[in-house]
Design a binder for this molecule. Structure first.
Ligand SMILES: Cc1cc2nc3c(=O)[nH]c(=O)nc-3n(C[C@H](O)[C@H](O)[C@H](O)COP(=O)(O)OP(=O)(O)OC[C@H]3O[C@@H](n4cnc5c(N)ncnc54)[C@H](O)[C@@H]3O)c2cc1C
Length: 293
């Protein structure tokens, strides 16, 4: 099958914030053989590529975006590949949704990821963001990762070749852009019922403290060292602050929500207002966690 190319894909349909105008094109990669064609396509089009996962950490601009989106779809796996002492090594493709991976691990009785319950992204997006919550970041579990670049093709990199930070992931050997193709994670073994119960606890807590079903991109700002961005925004009077169709959630001040017909322009203006107030009142500069396109 030739590489699937979708002209003018709407970012508002591909992001959980439901914001954003059309990109120039979207290339949908399903199997390894598509990657050679992708390389030729990117050279030919000469548009800046942007790898998109579930769009759950993106704030895309309202106007047309001169970008070639690249999306990994139809992933095989997850599968258990081997045991290393008491650790079970699990392999999965980047396009798989994290909730699907967690559900599979729960049934198999593999533990370690329960804290990430409720993160709606893909595995590739979780690796790229080093996503995490409730004491677990995906980077802690990665044993190796397979990445692709147009010039270097697909390569497996060991954990030691990866750098994980707070919501960041980088590769010393590949300083430019890369696509995460698949990943291996080291998990523990547990009773499936215990894994399910831990996942339920996390989700119950998140439901009580976050607008989990709203149109959002999760936390918009990173927590400054030793501080909570949500608490700072709350104290600065931003909880529930509204502009047009966008608002800082009444439930959690660090979640920007699209109430109905919000625009990226409103979202960016609200973020700027929140940043300014927090800076003025507490001297702290908030850095966006959400990727602005
Ligand atoms: C309700 C809600 C709750 C959330 N809770 C949390 C939370 O608790 N903790 C947390 O960390 N995040 C949370 N998030 C944010 C988000 O879900 C995570 O950042 C997630 O990992 C993003 O994955 P994605 O597939 O949606 O990536 P996208 O949003 O599509 O992209 C995010 C970044 O990852 C890159 N990327 C995506 N796929 C690949 C790939 N295959 N290869 C290379 N780069 C790639 C993109 O280029 C972009 O830079 C939440 C979001 C929502 C909406």
């Amino acid at each position: 099958m030739p590489l699937e190319l979708i002209p003018n894909p709407l970012l508002s349909k591909r992001t959980t914030l439901r914001l954003g105008g059309p990109a120039a094109v979207e290339a949908v990669v399903r199997e390894e053989t598509d990657l050679d064609e992708l390389s030729e396509f990117l050279t030919r089009e000469a548009l800046p590529p942007f790898v998109i996962g579930a769009g759950s950490n993106l704030l895309a601009g309202d106007g047309p975006l001169e970008l070639a989106l690249v999306r990994v779809a139809d992933c095989p796996g997850p599968e258990r590949v081997e045991r290393d002492g008491s650790t079970i090594i699990v392999r999965c493709g980047a396009g798989l949704r994290l909730p699907g991976l967690l559900g599979w691990a729960q049934k198999a009785g593999f533990s370690g990821m329960e804290g990430m319950t409720g993160i709606p992204g893909t595995v590739g997006g979780a690796v790229a963001m080093n996503a995490g919550s409730y004491g677990v970041e995906i980077g802690e579990l990665i044993t190796r990762v397979r990445v692709w670049t147009p010039t270097g093709g697909l390569v497996w990199l060991d954990r030691g070749q990866c750098s994980f930070g707070y919501r960041s992931f980088s590769l010393a050997d590949l300083p430019g852009k890369f696509l995460v193709w698949e990943v291996e994670l080291g998990l523990g073994e547990s009773d499936p019922k215990a894994v399910r119960s831990a996942m339920r606890d996390v989700y119950r807590n998140k439901k009580a403290t976050q607008p989990v079903t709203a149109k959002s991109a999760g936390c918009v700002f990173k927590n400054p060292p030793e501080q909570s961005a949500g608490k700072l925004l709350d104290k600065a009077g931003m909880k529930g602050a509204r502009l047009g169709g966008m608002a800082f959630s009444e439930v959690h001040a660090n979640f920007l929500v699209n109430l109905e017909s919000g625009t990226a322009a409103d979202a960016l203006q609200l973020m700027e207002m929140g940043r300014r107030r927090v800076k003025e009142q507490f001297g702290t500069t908030l850095e966006p966690e959400v990727i602005v396109l």
